[in-house]
Design a protein around this ligand. Structure first.
Ligand code: FAD
Length: 439
């Protein structure tokens, strides 16, 4: 094992060098926060990050519609002031309240008074990610080590503190490993994170895992927005509704005057990726508006599928023993069913938890000791509500499978979540469910 990337400061310096594994939403926002308190921050990313907004292998979900609720937007805007104006300059669309989003759920069109908390701007996922990446490169002290895969962790002599990451060049012919030394390591490598295995290899108990799977599947295609579209709505959402309404779909405007059109099927009713099958599935939705909008539109891509969508929680907040200086965030901890569009919000919550915990550690003069446990518990506090919302909604599908006892009493779950938002909204309106003016 060579020390090609060894840090020159080999002492455990207070807030010296932080390494973040994964250069996507969670990792990028974490690096932004770390750059305030660490002398050096390095993001290790398996992919080469593109020079312009584009799809890449490490984030296959980016081909599918991504909407960002207001809560996530606010966190990102706080960390990167002016980001959303910049996105709009580059083609993102502001979505305004009830009037611009057609929303079909449970057999009716809804005007959702709090709609702007669900969605307030749309663009492609690569546009968001690229804008953040560019900011880190140009405005913050963040280095990128691209096309390197993290394959494990290194620890001090007593095995108490993380001291770095083990790396392998992605395209090298040799399998030689290298070590990048660090005082703090954050795993933000997504749903397929190997951190539980890395911890187990070092003698630490890996986190308990809860999986709640309602077997949703996606198929997405990009269209040119038809020039003759009458503009009755900017975004169209037909949400699957348990127990029998397994099929749904979403049209969002993205940069380049395009529509990203995602079809969703719950309970293994997967939308096809053939051209004919895709249109047929769209035609089978409970209301015709989505099909009517796309049937004569010009497709720009082939339909693309995705099925790795289960709710998966790794309980890092309840470990019996923590490897000091090793934190985990984003989908690597809370991976939610994407139907609820909360994944990016949970991912950026990691940076909020990190900021709070670093402040406390600094105030108490505790350096890195205790940070891992405090962070995982803080993250859990922030994100558990969204997890409970997702599993509550998914538990309403008969096909849902749970690998562990993760169920909460119904009266507690009823206080949470998306379904509750819609119910509240309906009860606050004078006419109950309001028909919108779409034909
Ligand atoms: C179909 C679909 C639709 C979705 N729609 C929405 C939506 O509408 N709204 C929303 O908020 N969320 C949505 N999500 C969820 C969202 O995509 C995720 O929550 C979010 O991307 C998680 O960010 P992350 O940074 O934790 O992980 P990821 O975005 O998965 O990124 C992980 C990164 O780590 C890198 N990596 C992995 N392993 C290694 C390694 N060993 N070494 C180095 N680098 C590594 C990868 O290349 C990648 O860059 C959707 C998800 C799916 C699947």
């Amino acid at each position: 094992m060579s020390e090609k990337f060894a840090d020159t400061n080999q002492q455990r310096a207070k807030f010296g060098h932080a390494v973040v594994i994964g250069g996507s939403i969670a990792g990028l926002t974490a690096a932004r926060v770390l750059s305030d308190t660490f002398a050096r921050v390095t993001i290790v990313e398996r992919d080469r990050l593109p020079d312009a907004p584009d799809f890449r292998r490490g984030t296959p979900q980016a081909r599918h519609s991504h909407t960002l609720p207001l809560r996530g937007e606010r966190i990102l805007e706080e960390k990167f002031p002016g980001l959303f104006d910049e996105l709009c300059t580059n083609g993102a669309t502001r979505i305004n309240g009830g009037s611009e989003m057609a929303f079909y759920l449970a057999g009716g069109w809804h005007e959702v008074k709090q709609q702007s908390t669900l969605i307030s701007m749309t663009c492609s996922r690569p546009l968001i990610e690229h804008a953040i990446y560019q900011r880190l490169v140009t405005q913050y002290r963040v280095e990128f080590l691209q096309e390197y895969e993290t394959v494990g962790l290194t620890v001090d002599r007593l095995g108490r503190y993380v001291t770095g990451v083990r790396l392998r060049p992605r395209h090298a012919s040799t399998a030689e490993e290298m070590v990048l030394l660090a005082d703090l390591v954050i795993d933000a490598s997504g749903r397929n994170s190997q951190a539980p295995t890395w911890l187990a290899q070092l003698g630490y108990e890996p986190p308990r895992e809860t999986i709640v799977n309602s077997f949703p599947g996606y198929s997405t295609r990009i269209y040119q927005r038809p020039a003759n579209f009458d503009g009755a709505w900017k975004t169209l959402s037909i949400r699957p509704t348990p127990p029998n309404g397994a099929r749904g779909g979403l049209i969002i405007p993205i940069e380049g005057d395009r529509w990203q059109v995602t079809l969703v099927g719950m309970g293994r009713d997967y939308p096809p990726t053939s051209e004919e099958g895709y249109l047929e599935f769209a035609r089978s939705l409970p209301v015709p508006q989505l099909y009517e909008a796309i049937k004569d539109a010009q497709p720009l891509t082939r339909p693309c599928g995705y099925r790795s969508t289960e709710n998966r929680l790794r309980h890092y907040d309840k470990l019996p023993r923590y490897l000091e200086g090793f934190l985990v965030m984003g989908d690597a901890v809370f991976a939610l069913n994407p139907v609820y569009a909360q994944g990016m919000t949970v991912s950026v919550m990691g940076s909020v938890a990190l900021e709070r915990c670093l402040e406390v550690q600094e105030l108490n003069g505790q350096e890195i000791t205790g940070l891992a446990q405090a962070f995982q518990q803080q993250l859990s506090k922030l994100a558990s509500g969204l997890w409970k919302m997702a599993i509550r909604e998914d538990s309403r599908w008969s096909a849902t499978v749970t690998t562990e006892d993760s169920s909460l009493p119904q009266h507690r779950l009823d206080k949470l979540g998306f379904g509750n938002l819609v119910r509240r909204t309906r009860s606050r309106t004078t006419t109950g469910v309001i028909s919108t003016n779409i034909s």
